[in-house]
Ligand binder design. Structure first.
Ligand code: GAP
Length: 448
């Protein structure tokens, strides 16, 4: 079973490279650890994931607004948030091979020189565990020195707390309300990453939801359910998802609750997103350290208080990987195996591919016209006229395109196209002038 599971991950990594989803970063120079680039289809997949996240978290809600804060903030931010002092992993070094390993992951790791052994079991001597801060340091300005040290943000959340007052005063919004942000975060991860599951630079989708303290528990339950359902609504198999409540001894000292949405990856269960009760920890710490009053004044009760915070925090790259792993299927058909990605149409990099049946009789011109019409109607489209029609369908199955439209003799004589559905492989005849409405409905009605 373990071998079969490992093979699935290998197949996904290989498909990602072959089809242009994900490439190793700096590949021609031998790469750089835990760092990847997204190709033409990967960037579309991520864009769709971000769009789906933003739509549910911001666009369709009256109680959440958006933000885009800076990656490099005043270093005092990270002292106050606790990241300078405490955002670290315990690491050990091997005195023989000079490898560095997470002390709490030794059992899952192998010696780089003798991969059949764990670090320390290969005659190498390990040092005592030492704290290794995960933040990337840089220098700001022309002079390098202690006073110019700055950090690349390790989470997007702190930028939201820093702007709590600005948003409150400029948006005429009041608790309960949220501020959402999508952006890059950076962590000097040492543990091997399982492809894009754990990388050194990654995008996060985080939202801080500010509530009156008495409403904390109600909103915590609400966001746990909402975030779990979001994955199911976007096509993830609910049997591969679970909500894991953190035990008391896993919670940060200020937190009253935390739960992870976990997915069963080919390499085991892993955290996809966390939903945390952060209480008033961040706002009160930043208020104290900056001298700025970050309390909310409630004009009805005349009370001034620090709202409590519920934080759903997910990794966009991890979401994209999860959609990919969950969508992958090898279907045994009568004559061969069909590789297909069953993406939700809102997540698929391409929504509709358009083909002329043959490259003559005016079909390519008509197909290009229809492709343009769909593109202008805001569908993500792709035009292909190379190879037999069956092979073109299969190529789109492999990259998860839910609908293919074929222009044939009937299109020229009767203005009717064939729509082929990826999942069932069934075909419908549709009038060209009803195609946009037909596809909009098919996207809305899609079921896993
Ligand atoms: N503000 C809270 C916070 O950052 P976290 O659990 O450290 O919490 C939230 O990160 C999410 O970000 C994780 O659930 C995961 O999806 C993603 N994430 C964290 N570290 C990551 C990494 N090194 N590579 C990819 N995604 C990561």
């Amino acid at each position: 079973m373990a071998a079969a599971k490992a093979t699935l991950m290998d197949k996904i990594v290989s498909l990602c490279k072959r089809k242009g989803f994900v490439f190793q970063a700096s590949e021609i120079y031998g790469g750089i650890g835990n760092t990847y680039d997204y190709g033409p289809l990967g960037v579309e997949l991520k864009r769709k994931v971000k769009e789906a996240w933003w739509n549910s978290m911001v666009t369709t809600r009256a109680d959440v607004v958006g933000l885009d804060s800076a990656i490099i903030q005043n270093p005092k931010v990270w002292e106050t948030s606790g990241h300078v002092g405490g955002f670290s992993d315990p690491m050990v070094d091997c005195k023989t091979c000079k490898g560095r390993f997470r002390a709490d992951h030794i059992d899952e790791l192998s010696c780089p020189e003798k991969p059949s052994k764990k670090p320390g079991e290969c005659h190498g001597e390990l040092t005592e565990a030492r704290s290794f801060n995960l933040m990337f340091k840089t220098n700001v300005g022309a002079l390098e020195g202690a006073s110019s040290v700055a950090y690349l943000r390790p989470e997007t959340a702190q930028g939201i707390f820093l702007n709590f007052k600005n948003v409150l005063e400029s948006s005429r919004i009041k608790p309960p309300f949220g501020i959402a942000q999508i952006g890059k975060s950076f962590r000097n991860e040492i543990t091997p990453g399982n492809f894009v599951f754990r990388t050194r630079e990654f995008e996060q989708g985080e939202m801080e939801f500010f509530v009156p303290p008495a409403e904390n528990d109600k909103w915590y339950e609400y966001w746990k359910n909402e975030r779990f359902d979001w994955y199911v609504r976007h096509g993830i198999n609910p049997e591969k998802l679970r909500m894991r409540d953190h035990a008391e001894d896993e919670l940060a000292h200020y937190s009253t609750g935390c739960a992870d949405v976990e997915y069963e990856y080919p390499f085991g269960w892993g955290e996809l997103e966390g939903i945390a009760c952060r209480t008033d920890f961040d706002l009160s710490r930043h208020a104290e350290a900056s001298g700025s009053d970050l309390r909310y004044f409630d004009p009805e009760s005349k009370e001034r208080y620090f709202p409590y915070v519920i934080e759903p925090a997910g990794g966009i790259d991890r979401m994209a990987l999860t959609f990919m792993v969950d969508a992958y299927e090898e279907q045994q058909l009568e004559k061969d195996i069909r590789v297909v990605l069953h993406f939700h149409p809102l997540i698929a990099p391409t929504t509709v591919a358009v083909f002329p049946l043959v490259k003559k009789e005016g079909m390519p011109e008509k197909a290009r016209e229809i492709e343009e019409q769909l593109r202008l109607a805001r569908f993500s489209t792709f035009y292909d006229e190379k190879a037999a029609i069956g092979r073109r369908y299969r190529r789109q199955d492999e990259v998860g395109t839910p609908f293919c439209v074929t222009v044939d003799g009937d299109t020229l004589s009767e203005n009717v196209v064939t729509v082929r559905h990826r999942d069932s492989m069934e075909q419908d005849k549709v009038k060209s002038d009803e195609l946009v409405a037909y596809l909009h409905q098919a996207v809305q009605e899609w079921k896993r």
